[in-house]
Design a binder for this molecule. Structure first.
Ligand SMILES: [Zn+2]
Length: 126
């Protein structure tokens, strides 16, 4: 599991992560993370801090110098270089589209209408 995977899972579980004075803090209104998750948080602590304090790009993992390059802060507290913004969102949209047509991920596989290749106009005429 990567630090980003862990961050996503915690956010889905209702846990918010913040960096205050260089320290990682967890907040939430639900049940606290289990011991296994807390061990993972400790193992990825420095990576999580780097992602959440705006010093590391979540797409390319290179340092961000906010004084000299345009950067974008995202709603989850992570940041991107300006030039990483487009490939990040294209990848996000493509992953969401792939999930939308995957029968294995649908609550009801009948909801997924696309199976296999659609015939082309030439194939229908033959
Ligand atoms: Zn980047």
């Amino acid at each position: 599991m990567t630090a980003l995977d862990l961050l996503s899972r915690l956010m889905l579980d209702g846990v918010e992560l913040h960096v205050q004075a260089g320290k990682l803090e967890l907040y939430g209104h639900g049940p606290p993370p289990d011991d296994v998750t807390l061990v993972e948080v400790r193992a990825h602590k420095s990576e999580l801090i780097a992602l959440l304090d705006g010093t590391t790009c979540r797409w390319c993992r290179h340092p961000i110098d906010w004084k000299f390059s345009p950067a974008i802060a995202l709603g989850d507290g992570t940041s991107l270089h300006g030039h990483c913004h487009e490939p990040f969102h294209v990848d996000r949209i493509m992953r969401n589209a792939a999930r939308a047509v995957d029968p294995a991920l649908a609550d009801d596989p009948a909801e997924v209408g696309l199976h296999g290749d659609l015939p082309t106009i030439d194939q229908e005429a033959a």
